[in-house]
Design a protein around this ligand. Structure first.
Ligand code: TZP
Ligand code: MG
Length: 219
C-alpha cells in the first residue's frame, strides 16, 4: 500500500460496469489513466446485470493491474473484504455501508480510507476519526449516476462542509466542465467524477481540463 496523498484527490475517476457500455470498463479506464487521472475507484453496482463474486474480483484485478501500470492508486467502493483480499490501495465507504469504525479496525495500516459525508454532523463525526484519509462530499449538483443520491449541496453547502472539515474533501456529483471553475475557487482538493469521464467523447481533453484546475504543479 502506498501512503495516502491528498494529491490523489485531484482528478478521481469512479466507475463500474453500470457506467459504461458492455466490456468497455478496462478500455475506458486505460484511456483515463493515459490522460492523467490521479486516482481510480472501482464502484460495481450493476442492478441490471450484477456480477457474481468471481467476476467482480476478476474485473477488480483487471482494473488494479491497469492502475498499477500507470502508478495510479486503486480504490474499491463498499467491499472491504475484496479490497483486503486483492491488496487494493484504498477502500471507500458511504454512511450506510459497512460501519466506518469496523472498516478502520480491519483496514488501518493496510488500506487508505475514504468516507462519504453529506452533513455537518457527519463531518464533525469524521473529524474524530484520524484513520480516515479523506472525505467525499456530494452530490454537489444533480446527478444521473446515483439513483439514491441525496439533495444536491451546491457550492454553498460544500463550502460549509469544507469550513469545518479536518480532512481533505473531494467533491462528487454532477461535476461537469461548466462547474469546474466554481469548484476550484473553494478549498476542495479535487473532483470525483463518473459520467464526465465515462461518457466523454474525448477523455484526454476531459481529464486535462480537470487537471488544469486541480492538479496544479504537475499537470
Ligand atoms: N455519490 C454521490 S453523487 C455520485 C456518487 C457515487 C455519482 C456521481 O456521478 P456523476 O456522473 O459524476 O454525477
Ligand atoms: Mg456506497
Amino acid at each position: 500500500m502506498q501512503n495516502f496523498n491528498q494529491a490523489w484527490l485531484a482528478s478521481y475517476f469512479i466507475a463500474g460496469t453500470q457506467d459504461v457500455p458492455d466490456n468497455q470498463l478496462l478500455p475506458i479506464l486505460e484511456k483515463a489513466l493515459k490522460a492523467g487521472i490521479s486516482c481510480f475507484q472501482f464502484r460495481e453496482k450493476n442492478p441490471l446485470n450484477p456480477l457474481n463474486k468471481t467476476q467482480k474480483k476478476a474485473l477488480a484485478i483487471g482494473c488494479q493491474n491497469l492502475c498499477a501500470a500507470y502508478n495510479v492508486p486503486f480504490f474499491i467502493d463498499d467491499d472491504l473484504s475484496l479490497a483486503l483480499d486483492i491488496h487494493a490501495d484504498g477502500i471507500h465507504v458511504g454512511q450506510t455501508d459497512q460501519r466506518i469504525t469496523d472498516v478502520i479496525q480491519q483496514a488501518a495500516g493496510q488500506l487508505s480510507i475514504g468516507l462519504s459525508c453529506q452533513t455537518l454532523d457527519q463531518i464533525n463525526a469524521a473529524n474524530q476519526l484520524s484513520a480516515v484519509d479523506y472525505v467525499g462530499s456530494g452530490p454537489i449538483f444533480p446527478t444521473n449516476s446515483k439513483p439514491d443520491a441525496t439533495v444536491p449541496l451546491g457550492i454553498t453547502g460544500l463550502s460549509q462542509l469544507l469550513a469545518i472539515s479536518d480532512h481533505p474533501i473531494v467533491a462528487i456529483g454532477g461535476i461537469s466542465e461548466t462547474n469546474l471553475a466554481d469548484l476550484s475557487k473553494t478549498t476542495v482538493s479535487g473532483v470525483a467524477v463518473i459520467s464526465l469521464i465515462s461518457q466523454s467523447t474525448d477523455i484526454k481533453q476531459t481529464v486535462q481540463s480537470i487537471n488544469r484546475y486541480f492538479r496544479l504543479g504537475d499537470a
